[in-house]
Design a binder for this molecule. Structure first.
Ligand SMILES: CSC[C@H]1O[C@H](OP(=O)(O)O)[C@H](O)[C@@H]1O
Length: 348
């Protein structure tokens, strides 16, 4: 099912203002289902179990989750318990901690009776700011894509992306996809190679869904195809999102990103990382210091999707042991530039 319109806001306050509505991304693209989160425990489950995902998106969700915690218990103990519950959901994306720290700082000195409303207001501001940041990333990235396309103006610009760094991973526009959307809308012929992104298949299920919804030409490929495509000259640039960029510019992103960066470096293909300031972590020195989330081995061993009758089923591919690191680290030396809301920077 295609959503009406193209990119859109992926989180919104409920009508009564007491909760938030998010898309259950585990069901996409087969079913478009908005679910309401009305307490901190449900918000934590939504993040931990990846009903919703993407660094800025889990930051916004956690911010609202802390506001809901304070609506239930505005005491210092309630603030601490809500913070601890939500910050423990996923360790790698710095946006989660950044957003929780921001809300906590905003309310800590307030009287308990004032905390929930102030926390919701701060969460609203975080969400609105993210949409604006991603739009600005798109504007700066658009200028870059115009320059790249001018080198071969008689054919579409070919971009490869990994995982989903789209409007589903943020409040709107996306980070890696924002320049793609704006370039398409500006009439620049663009085509996207979409890495399927095993094992959670965010590319196959989410990025392909987003691009189809926006009418952007794209081709789904196996994660291992990117190196050949670059060697054959079929990729003009790689653009990815990120979950954390450290003080020295190392980039933590979905598992497999590092291998794309190596292939890009070996083939002289520019490798760009798109991020808002909320994903930059100057307090962490290098990528070696980032906690890499290890998710359930079942994500590698099981597959979920519609059967011939359209029923969503999960099947086990193997009974063998499996390992499932969810992220890797691309050294700064392999990054051509960072596409940010402040511009395209050769270092952060
Ligand atoms: C714009 S942040 C997107 C970033 O988050 C994804 O991770 P996950 O799907 O596990 O939340 C992936 O690393 C994307 O690049």
């Amino acid at each position: 099912m295609i959503l009406e319109g193209a990119h859109r806001r992926s989180i919104a306050r409920t009508a009564d203002g007491a909760g938030v509505a998010i898309l259950d991304q585990r069901l996409l693209p087969w079913e478009v289902k908005w679910v309401e989160l009305r307490d901190a425990a449900t918000a934590a489950a939504a993040i931990r179990e990846m009903w919703t995902r993407g660094a800025p998106m889990i930051g916004a969700t956690a911010a609202y989750g802390l506001a809901m915690a304070l609506a239930d218990d505005p005491s210092d103990a309630g603030l601490a318990a809500g913070y601890d519950l939500l910050v423990a959901t996923r360790p790698t994306a710095i946006n989660l901690r950044w957003a929780l720290d921001s809300v906590r700082a905003h309310v800590a000195d307030l009287a308990p009776a004032e905390r929930a409303a102030a926390a919701f207001a701060r969460a609203d501001a975080i969400a609105d700011e993210d949409a604006a940041l991603c739009r600005a990333i798109g504007e700066h990235g658009l200028a870059l894509l115009r320059t790249l396309h001018a080198r071969n103006p008689h054919r579409p610009l070919n971009i490869l992306t990994h995982c989903n760094a789209g409007w589903l991973a943020t409040v709107d526009y996306g980070t890696a996809t924002a320049p793609i959307y704006l370039a398409h809308d500006a009439g620049i012929p663009i085509h996207v190679w979409v890495d399927e992104t095993r094992p959670r298949n965010q590319g196959a299920l989410l990025t392909a869904f987003e691009l189809a919804n926006h009418g952007v030409p794209h081709t789904l490929v196996a994660d291992n195809a990117g190196g050949l495509l670059m060697m054959e000259g079929q990729v003009d640039a790689v653009i990815v999102g990120t979950d954390r960029v450290t003080a020295n510019g190392d980039v933590c992103n979905k598992i497999g990103t590092y291998l794309k960066a190596l292939a890009a470096h070996d083939n002289g293909v520019p490798f760009y990382v798109a991020l808002p300031y909320t994903t930059f972590d100057p307090a962490t020195a290098t990528g070696a210091d980032i906690p890499i989330e290890e998710r359930s081995a079942d994500e590698v061993k099981w597959l979920t999707g519609p059967d011939a009758e359209g029923m969503i089923r999960t099947v086990r591919v193997t009974g063998s042991p499996a390992a499932n690191p969810a992220f890797d680290v691309t050294p700064a030396r392999l990054v051509t530039a960072y596409i940010t809301e402040r511009g395209v920077l050769d270092k952060v």
